[in-house]
Write a protein that binds this ligand. Structure first.
Ligand SMILES: N[C@@H](CCC(=O)N[C@@H](CS)C(=O)NCC(=O)O)C(=O)O
Length: 217
């Protein structure tokens, strides 16, 4: 039995969404963050040496890392759906954007968040450099989403599933507006209209309204 261990408001929403898009039979186990430090609770930490969300269990297998879990599910149970195979149009774009999500986009947002906490002033040169990189990343994403409706091309793939958390729920941790990026906003509206995305968010975090547009007050 596949079990998705879901930690409240976390990157584990990707895996619930992927399971819904693929129509997989899975069990969803929800865990709340600790009230004192917002980290995963001890029973979540006990699942895996890293104790970070998402975690998937499949029989005796315990797997972490969003990207690894996406690939595992697509190859083991999804018959390759939501990935682009070598030789198909969009193969290189699929690889690029799939890895861009956790290799570039998510770390860049975290970097700004942490550096702002250390010193939010203009004197913090590392913060200024991180903000410049943030702008570059978002303009690259904006340009791509002006060319195609989804990151790998015409259709939604796991590259989108890897990316959307950083543009939505992550903004509750590191608030930033998307108003300078109309193509990204239009993309999030397309995502928000997908029944599988809505179902996933409703099942995983029923109290959370997905942050698809302006930040909540
Ligand atoms: N690169 C990892 C990141 C995992 C990660 O940092 N997860 C966060 C949630 S977004 C977490 O578990 N935080 C709580 C904790 O570390 O206790 C992945 O994509 O799986």
């Amino acid at each position: 039995m596949l079990t998705v261990h879901y930690l409240g408001r976390s990157q584990s929403e990707r895996i619930v969404w992927l399971c819904e898009e693929l129509g997989l039979d899975y069990e969803l186990k929800r865990y709340q963050r600790r009230a004192d430090n917002r980290l995963a609770p001890p029973e979540y930490k006990a699942l895996h040496p890293m104790g970070a969300a998402p975690i998937l269990t499949d029989g005796g297998l315990v797997l972490g890392e969003s990207g690894a879990i996406c690939e595992y599910l697509i190859q083991s149970y999804g018959h390759g759906r939501l990935a682009v195979k070598r030789g198909e149009p969009g193969f290189a774009a699929y690889l690029y954007w799939f890895h861009f999500a956790n290799g570039t986009l998510q770390p860049a947002i975290l970097q700004v968040r942490y550096l702002e906490r250390v010193d939010p002033s203009d004197k913090n040169v590392l913060l200024q450099a991180a903000k410049d990189r943030f702008q570059l990343i978002f303009s690259t994403l904006e340009q791509r989403l002006g060319q195609e409706p989804y990151l790998a091309g015409e259709a939604l793939t796991a590259a989108d599933i890897m990316t959307v958390f950083s543009l939505t729920t992550m903004r509750l941790f590191k608030p930033y507006e998307l108003s300078p990026w109309p193509n990204i906003l239009a993309y999030l509206q397309r995502i928000g209209a997908r029944p599988a995305y809505r179902r996933a968010m409703q099942k995983a975090d029923p109290d959370l309204t997905p942050v698809l547009g302006a930040l909540p007050e």
